[in-house]
Design a protein around this ligand. Sequence first.
Ligand code: FCB
Length: 428
Amino acid sequence: MSDFLWGAATAAYQIEGAVDEDGRGESIWDRFCATPGKVRAGETGSIACDFYHRYPEDIALMRELGIDAFRFSVAWPRVIPEGRGAVNDAGLDFYDRLVDELLAAGIQPFPTLYHWDLPQRLEDEGGWTARSTAEAFVPYAEAVVGRLGDRVTHWTTHNEPWVVAWLGYGWGEHAPGRTSEQDAVDAAHHVLLSHGWAADVIRRDVPDARVGIVLNLEHVDPATGSEADAAAAREVDGRANRWFLDPIFRGAYPEDVDLKPPVRDGDLAAVGARIDFLGINNYFRFVVREGPEIVEVPGGTRTDMGWEVHPESLYKLLRRVADEYAPPSIYITENGAAYADVRSHDGGVHDLERIDFLATHTDAVMRARDDGVPVDGYFVWSFLDNFEWAQGYAKRFGIVYVDYPTLERVPKDSFHWYRQRIESLQRV
Ligand code: FCB
């Protein structure tokens, strides 16, 4: 079991704060948060958990937790404030210090190059709907890899292209807030394309690099045994899962999904080039009936996001991805749950529901591993309570509670549970 990585995950905009420091440029999330009505209660990531300043203290906590790896993302607008052109060394210095501090604590850095904070300047020029944004991603990747590649082996290009495309460009729920299906389709293709191009550059500059991409994937169940529901489930699966898995592992978009991506010659070869690992983020399953319509199963337990707790679906998802796409290695790069945590009178946070969630989900992952699925790590989302995008600070996913007025960190009971879980499995 010692080669299995236990980790915790975060993302730049959700934890760093310090949005105006050391030459950072504006991102689409700064702009989105400043737009009335977009984020709950008008909240923003401008302070967030202040990780930008408090990372040494947080890494000390990670060490206490005993994790092997820490997943974080690099903010493009810190590194190249205008999206393309001049590199801001002060921005890279932050990630340089972070990586050194992690390594000194014996924790493997597991960075993601893009977790949704596009430089606003690039959005002004078309954002991910423009092919030029995919082109700009390459020198950005080169700059980060050039600075950290001597110490970082595992590189993730993108986090959840489906969310970037559909929530950001299709449904307007995330930055940049556009609402056009064709924009979403174009954005998804350019994100995938930039993944392929960046993967090439990372391999060229870091010969022993392991390169991957993170997809949000969901197991899909038809609501009943009817043929109409089965067809509806297949349709949802096509758009949510196969639209991304197929080009990455088979170099082709699924033929049964009626969308028109802006593919040019050579694109699919770039997107479909070999990856070393697939990152899977998973939080729920879909239950689908004719329409297609997503239905809520009565009686299920739900988290504070309203997402059904269903660990068996994570097991099935892993089996399916391994059987149909055969990735050489899989990491669960995010899994976790929001609950309405409160600090109790004894000062602690007794998040028993989260412990149950994490226990049943890590069991599901281990069962898949025992059955031969090449899962090589599990990252809990999240290390800290943080800025949950359009939901602001209302949803707490951390195993460490953050008291936002003081920024004090309080390890929840789930933190202590996770520490023991890691310890006992490391001894196996
Ligand atoms: C995922 C995101 C992550 C976090 C969790 C709850 O979609 O990657 O940043 O918000 O959901």
